[in-house]
Structures are given as structure tokens and as C-alpha cells.
Design a protein around this ligand. Structure first.
Ligand SMILES: Cc1cc2nc3c(=O)[nH]c(=O)nc-3n(C[C@H](O)[C@H](O)[C@H](O)COP(=O)(O)O)c2cc1C
Length: 371
């Protein structure tokens, strides 16, 4: 079967993964309104193409936190890659190293951070972090990933409690006995009570607040990026607390059902931040034109969650590479067709489609090229 677009990988994964695994990856919270709106919102936006602008040379490179990557799409943190492919996160790391983009490793990996780094020593990686009731657990992992050469910490802030994912409850989802959250080997007591997604339940600290950003800053010299911001108020607080980046994210619709689609939340955050720190987005990116729209609305880079897992389910490292390559090719083509292929970078705009009787155009400059 020829794999032409990301939904081909989705279909393959749905057909070949066990039902419980597929349901776990696909899940949204409650009625999945936010999960689904992440995709639909992109389809409500139209681009304003410019013409006769010599698109014969195209350069998709960008920088994130000062490091160059081949195109403005990285891998969002997703848990349990060994459920999709036996090599798990090691395969994801190799694929992102080959493509030269950013891989955000989930805390809940089924390979350890040491195995991931050893498999792709030249890869560009950030580490996704949660804050635990036992702060020592967070402290130890921060020191571990810093020593291993991870280049930033991504603090996920939208999980004070886990969202209600109905199919996981129906399926009584559990990691199979041969898999575990390897980063926590020996960390939590054995038989520490009921388990939730591979770790003892209630280990995350729901009392975390803005002051804990200072605590995290005191532990590390790595840049801190907050993942899970959806409002201008929190974007402003993030800047005031001295973090280096924001990922506009609703956790792929897996947490609060009723959150806005991330692409709909992006503009108010970009407007508030005013370029003081980098703003990224994840949620619902499935085509090159989605990438272009997010960039036109001010994101510096976007990240894909589920599509990477579908790539893994298809062919491990090769599958993830194919997913990234298809997105890169589509993005490059969209750029050219929109008249936005050369430096110096001009202006392209994205507009919500038919939402207003008189079209109301965003006018934001592309900001993903480094001169
Ligand atoms: C199966 C799955 C597991 C995830 N695990 C994590 C995680 O461990 N940490 C985290 O911060 N976000 C996690 N996320 C959220 C993703 O980082 C990301 O926000 C989301 O998947 C983006 O939406 P998309 O899947 O539509 O691309 C997970 C998402 C999925 C689908």
C-alpha cells in the first residue's frame, strides 16, 4: 500500500494495533469534542496565496531555542512507544536524528532516557517533565536528562489529574507485563497500590502552581518550555516567570473536553507574547497546509503527537521518517503554492473561513526563518 498522506498511516495503525492500544492512542477526554475540533479548526482556515514571487528555491529550515532543525515540525511527547513498535522510543529517536528535527521525549517512555540517547547520540532532544508529589522524583530525572545532554525541559501543566478517557476505562487499559515506564525503574515502591498508566495512581502533584517554576529554575540551567497554555493570561504569566517558550496545547484533547482547538487559541497568545519568547503549537497537525497555517498565525514550530505513533506502528524508525518526510514535502509544496519560498520572508495571511460575512484576515509575518 502506498503511503501518501498521514491518514494512510492512521488507517494502517488502526488495522494493525490491538483494540486496547489503538483506543489508548486515539483517546480524547469525555466526548472527544476538543480532540476532534483540533482537526476541524484547521479546516475552517483559508490561506491567502501570493503569486509571481519566484518560488524556485525553497528553504524549510528554522531554529528552535537557537538550534537549527530541518523544518518546523517536531515530535510531541507521547507515552509508551513500545506498544506501537518493539523498539519503541529508540526508533523514534533514530528517525528524528536522521531527519534532523526535535524529539520531545515523554517521561512515560518505555525505553529509558539512557537507551534513547545511546541509540541516537547526535539527536536534538527536549525532555517532557511532570511534577510529582515526591519532588525528589522530579529532581532526579531533571538532573539525569541534563547530564545526558537533553537541551530543554518541557513542563506539561495540563495534567493535575488525568482526563477521563472512556475507552481506556472500558478496556481497563494497562501496560502489558513485558513493558514498563523504564525511567522509573526502582523509583516507586513495588506494590504501591493501584496503577494508572504505568505508574502508581496519584503520583502527580495537583498542587503545582506558578511558584514551582522558580523551584524548577533553581534545579536546572536548561531552558524551560511550558506545554499546555491556552490563554493570554497564562501566556503573560509564563513570560513574567522567565520561561523560554510556550507550547500551545490541549494535550491532543485528552484532558479538558471543552478546551478550544489549539489553532484557535494561538493568535491571542502570539499577540500577548509579542515575540518575547518562542511560541509553538501541537494538536491536530495532519498536513503541510496545517503547518503553514500555524506558522502564518505566529507559531515558530509545531509538533505532532499521534501521527508519530502511527508511523511507528507502520514500520518503526522508517515509518516515523516517512511521516516526517511526507509532512516536509507537503509543507514545502504549500509554501511554494502560497508564494512563500524565498528569503527575505514576505507576508502570508491565514483567514478563518466563512466565519464572518466580511472576511477578517489575520496578517502575521512568517517568523520561522533565521536570516
Ligand atoms: C497516546 C498519547 C500519549 C501522550 N502522552 C503524553 C505525555 O506523556 N506527556 C505529554 O506532555 N503529552 C502527552 N500527550 C499529548 C501530546 O504531547 C500532544 O499534546 C498531542 O498528542 C498533540 O495532538 P495530536 O496527537 O493531534 O498531534 C500524549 C498524547 C497521546 C495521543
Amino acid at each position: 500500500m502506498a503511503m501518501v498522506c498521514l491518514t494512510d498511516f492512521e488507517e494502517y495503525a488502526k488495522e494493525h494495533l490491538s483494540k486496547a492500544t489503538w483506543d489508548y492512542y486515539a483517546a480524547g477526554a469525555d466526548e472527544c469534542c476538543t480532540r476532534d475540533d483540533n482537526l476541524l479548526a484547521f479546516k475552517r482556515i483559508r490561506l491567502r496565496p501570493r503569486i509571481l514571487r519566484d518560488v524556485s528555491v525553497c528553504d524549510t529550515r528554522t531554529t528552535v531555542q537557537g538550534t537549527e532543525i530541518s523544518f518546523p515540525v517536531g515530535i510531541a511527547p507521547t507515552a509508551f512507544h513500545c506498544l506501537a513498535w518493539h523498539e519503541g522510543e529508540v526508533a523514534t529517536a533514530r528517525a528524528t536524528e536522521a531527519v534532523n528535527t526535535c524529539y520531545i521525549t515523554s517521561t512515560y517512555s518505555t525505553c529509558s532516557v539512557e537507551e534513547i540517547v545511546a541509540a541516537a547520540p547526535g539527536g536534538y532532544r527536549w525532555f517532557q517533565l511532570y511534577v510529582y508529589r515526591n519532588r525528589k522524583v522530579s529532581e532526579q530525572i531533571v538532573h539525569r536528562v541534563e547530564a545526558l545532554g537533553y537541551q530543554a525541559l518541557v513542563l506539561t501543566v495540563d495534567v493535575p489529574y488525568t482526563g477521563k478517557r472512556r475507552n481506556d476505562i472500558r478496556n481497563q487499559f494497562k501496560l502489558p507485563p513485558h513493558l514498563r515506564v523504564k525511567n522509573f525503574d526502582g523509583v516507586f515502591e513495588e506494590n504501591a497500590g493501584p496503577e494508572e498508566y504505568g505508574v502508581p495512581a496519584n503520583t502527580l502533584d495537583p498542587s503545582i502552581s506558578w511558584k514551582d517554576i522558580y523551584w524548577l529554575q533553581s534545579l536546572t540551567r536548561l531552558p524551560i518550555i511550558i506545554k499546555g497554555i491556552l490563554t493570554k493570561e497564562d501566556a503573560e504569566l509564563a513570560v513574567e516567570h522567565g520561561v523560554q517558550g510556550i507550547i500551545v496545547s490541549n494535550h491532543g484533547g485528552r484532558q479538558l473536553d471543552g478546551d478550544p482547538a489549539t489553532i484557535d487559541a494561538l493568535s491571542e497568545i502570539v499577540d500577548t507574547v509579542q515575540g518575547r519568547i518562542e511560541v509553538y503549537l501541537d494538536g491536530g497537525i495532519r498536513t503541510g497546509s496545517d503547518v503553514l497555517k500555524a506558522l502564518a498565525l505566529g507559531a515558530k514550530c509545531v509538533f505532532i503527537g499521534r501521527p508519530a505513533v502511527w508511523g511507528l506502528a507502520y514500520k518503526g524508525e522508517e515509518g516515523v521518517r516517512e511521516v516526517l518526510q511526507i509532512l516536509n514535502d507537503e509543507f514545502r509544496l504549500c509554501m511554494a503554492l502560497a508564494g512563500e519560498c524565498r528569503r527575505p520572508v514576505g507576508v502570508i495571511t491565514a483567514a478563518p473561513f466563512q466565519r464572518h460575512p466580511v472576511p477578517w484576515f489575520f496578517t502575521l509575518h512568517f517568523n520561522f526563518f533565521k536570516a
